[in-house]
Design a protein around this ligand. Structure first.
Ligand SMILES: *Cc1c(COP(=O)(O)O)cnc(C)c1O
Ligand SMILES: [Zn+2]
Length: 404
């Protein structure tokens, strides 16, 4: 195996993978593992493999520690003719990431981060999150027997706190500017040997590559036209795009799909910069959206997402609150109960199809990033009907629907 390193996504400066590095010391932009220029999919029974063992040739791990996996990844890619028809397109496929161990795609990056921590001999990990990343890191930290620190903001509601606390991590409510916490945690972590697997840590990005790898396999390497990703920090979109790029270099696929960064209009710093043709994002001053899992006013990988979209003919699109809720309901009526942040992807498809950007003959994959059960408060925003009747009237009650 080629010895891998880290490289700055912006200026190309290199760093060692043997030490904790997250961002470039020269330009401040995020780092990534150098591109794999070849490699193949491991042979054998997919049902007996983990994502990291199946795609071992694309990860810098000589050996895998079996204590770490919780069976993440290998999620279904489900075709929905009904939702495709509603959007007026030929084919729509849903990559259902809510089927991960902690119900979001975050588990893919967490498992890669934990493997890396163990490889470096680091026994303490952490993250900064109020959303899906917190329970993911807490769960994997416990599984691997690592001391785990989850930093949340002071005002986090109890119903979000308990599902993190249950895993037994050190849960620390930090008073102060939440925006600074991302950078402060990385700095303190480097000093104190705590591996912070934050939103766009290089290994988290590597983990997200497996979403692309699986899509390629699930479609028998016949590439879709668009892959739509609800985007916040940008780590997941970066990972998926890198995964396709590496399979292309390895000769496993013959073209790249166009990536679409989907954001809620109430917090859309990447879309705003993209539409204005700017190369750098600026802070969203008053973020407000029901799509809390993607409400990052200053995405740490925002500039790199812009660079990718520019280089690879990607798109960025924002959608309204009403369309997010409508998409959430529409997805649920097709059997997929996802959280509002996840519904942003399908709302974006409807908008792009309406505008004629996505065409009738296009095949589209939407990444359903996380489960609706993680955020039941959003249910209050829907009108859900129910009926009542007395037991003795049940027969009559059902009779009215006969032949409907
Ligand atoms: C984290 C998350 C996102 C955004 O991913 P980024 O890597 O931060 O861009 C989208 N949807 C859900 C459900 C998430 O948990
Ligand atoms: Zn740099």
């Amino acid at each position: 195996m080629v010895e891998k390193g880290l490289i700055c996504t912006n200026c190309g400066r290199s760093y060692e993978l043997k030490q904790l590095h997250y961002r470039c010391g020269s330009c401040g932009e995020p780092l990534e593992v150098t591109l794999y220029e070849g490699g193949g999919i491991a042979r054998g029974n997919a049902l007996a493999q983990s994502v990291l063992s199946r795609y071992k040739a694309f990860f810098p791990f000589e050996t895998l520690d079996s204590r770490v996996s919780l069976g993440e990844g290998m999620t279904p890619l489900v075709s929905s003719p009904a939702l495709a028809a509603r959007a007026g397109i030929g084919s729509l496929l849903l990559k259902n990431e809510s089927q991960n161990p902690t119900w979001s795609f975050k588990d893919r990056g967490t498992v890669a981060g934990v493997q890396h921590a163990l490889k470096l001999g680091i026994r303490r990990i952490g993250t900064v999150s109020t959303g899906n990343m917190a329970p993911s890191v807490a769960a994997y930290g416990s599984r691997a027997g690592l001391e785990t620190f989850v930093l949340v903001n002071e005002g986090i509601p109890k119903e979000k706190l308990s599902p993190i606390g249950i895993y037994g991590a050190h849960l620390i409510k930090v008073a102060g500017d939440y925006g600074r916490l991302y950078h402060e945690s990385l700095r303190i972590g480097q000093e104190q040997d705590i591996y912070f697997i934050n939103s766009d840590a290089p290994m988290r990005v590597e983990g997200s590559k497996t979403i692309a790898f699986e899509i390629c396999e699930q479609l028998a390497f016949d590439m879709p036209d668009f892959v739509v990703v609800p985007t916040s920090a940008g780590g997941n979109l970066r990972g998926i795009a890198k995964g396709f790029r590496e399979f292309l270099r390895a000769g496993l696929i013959h073209r790249l799909p166009r990536m679409v960064a989907a954001q809620a209009r109430g917090c859309s710093p990447i879309v705003k910069a993209f539409e204005a043709g700017r190369l750098e994002i600026s802070r969203e001053e008053a973020p407000r959206t029901i799509a809390h899992a993607i409400e990052n006013p200053l995405p740490p990988s925002g500039n790199e997402v812009l660079r990718i979209l520019r280089k690879e003919e990607g798109l960025a699109v924002s959608v309204t609150e009403a369309s997010i809720l409508e998409a959430q309901r529409t997805l649920a009526m097709e059997g997929f109960f996802v959280q509002p942040a996840s519904a942003v992807g399908y709302a974006a498809v409807l908008k792009l199809a309406e505008a004629g950007t996505i065409k009738e003959e296009d095949r589209v994959v939407v990444v359903l990033t996380g489960s609706g059960l993680k955020y039941t408060a959003a249910l209050d925003r829907h009108t859900l009907e129910e009926e009542t009747c007395a037991l003795e009237n049940l027969g009559d009650h059902l009779l009215q629907y006969r032949g409907l």
